[in-house]
Write a protein that binds this ligand. Structure first.
Ligand code: ACO
Length: 329
């Protein structure tokens, strides 16, 4: 496998948002047959944030972009493209990206949503960095946001303990001096789509009748197996493409699905678990928002510094997976 040429693009700003309402393990104990000890031991999750009844993915994403604008001296006026990674748009036929365009009155921009479920943010970064490096666009707004609580079945103890709501936003801009996107890798396995899905216009997938009526259904063990086998293989390919040994990774930022999944992937890849950044402890699995939320927590806690090498890896429904090695700041 040949070594990738770094892409002349860089992340120049980040922001994030989670709703105010907290759903704790103790709260869930009153809703389904579960308990704090089981949830913490099996997942590492203690709390999640839940959007209000009238708060949807567009509101979460707009709040994340607003948060970015308050922290970085960036203008959105010259954004040429908005990509929102989500699989829970407010309305099925209105991209959340267009709602962001309207809210911030961005004058001349393309806008679309991308659905690669929990791998959506890394897929969107892959697309944005490629377009910027190719000179097609000079500034792209990438947002990952999901309102998982709106599609969660709160009578199913094997799924409702996992999910929370949130959003994260970054700007990707042209950078010739210090190219920051060092390597990409992505993949999919549609034959595994039956392991985690939500019915929509159809309740049939490749001839298999599906249950759940619009709520997320998963075979947790199969998703777990997929994550702990496919992601380490993907990381190995990503590192080979970058030409970097795993010891040069300062921070590993996988999709925050389950702490045991992160521990297993870290061990298989020889990346010290202490280098993993995750947002699941207090936010749960926030799907497309989880990686930017984890990165932003790492920045706020003073862990992630300018020049650090980050390995981001998303995985989720589809099945999909995607990773990038990125230099920060
Ligand atoms: N509380 C108490 N007991 C529970 C709970 C609960 N919340 N949920 C399941 N159990 C029970 C099961 O019924 C089972 O009991 P049994 O042995 O009597 O049959 C036992 O606990 C073990 O069940 P498992 O499913 O084997 O538990 P596991 O250790 O695999 O943990 C979990 C389940 C947490 C769902 C895990 O499999 C997981 O995290 N999988 C990955 C899920 C994931 O990442 N999904 C995101 C998909 S990405 C996207 O695109 C949205």
């Amino acid at each position: 496998m040949s070594i990738s040429t770094p892409l002349q693009a860089r992340i120049t700003a980040i922001g994030s948002y989670v709703p105010a309402h907290i759903l704790s393990n103790a709260d869930l104990q009153g809703m389904v047959d579960t308990n704090d000890e089981w949830i913490v031991q099996r997942t590492g999750i203690k709390e999640r944030r839940i959007a209000a009844a009238n708060e949807f993915t567009s509101h979460l994403c707009i709040a994340a972009v607003q948060n970015m604008l308050t922290r970085y001296p960036s203008s959105l006026d010259d954004v040429e493209l908005i990509i929102v990674a989500t699989h829970t748009p407010d309305l099925p036929s209105t991209p959340v990206a267009c709602q962001i365009q309207a809210h911030f009155c961005i004058p001349e921009t393309g806008a679309y949503d991308l659905n690669a479920t929990c791998a959506g943010f890394t897929y969107a970064l892959h697309t944005a960095s490629g377009l910027v490096a190719a000179g097609v666009h000079s500034k792209v707004l990438v947002v990952g946001g999901d309102s998982m609580s709106k599609i969660t079945d709160y009578t199913d103890r094997s799924t409702c303990i996992l999910f929370g709501d949130g959003a994260g936003a970054v700007l990707v801009e042209r950078e010739e001096e210090r190219p920051a996107f060092l390597a990409h890798h992505l993949g999919s396995d549609g034959s595994g789509g039956k392991h985690v899905y939500r019915t929509g216009l159809s309740s049939n997938l490749n001839g298999i009748p599906l249950a759940g009526e619009g709520k997320l259904v998963q075979n947790g063990r199969e998703v777990y197996k997929f994550a702990v086998t496919t992601v380490p293989q993907g990381i190995e390919k990503l590192l080979m493409k970058s030409g970097l040994p795993h010891t040069t990774i300062d921070w590993f930022i996988p999709h925050s699905a389950n702490l045991r999944i992160i521990e297993s992937i870290s061990e298989k890849c020889g990346i010290a678990f202490e280098k993993a950044l995750y947002s699941l402890e207090y936010y749960g699995n926030t799907s497309a928002a989880s990686i930017p939320l984890s990165l932003d927590l790492g920045i706020k806690e003073g862990k992630v510094r300018s020049g650090d090498t980050l390995l981001l890896y998303g995985f989720g429904g589809g099945l999909t997976h995607s990773g990038l090695i990125v230099r920060w700041g």
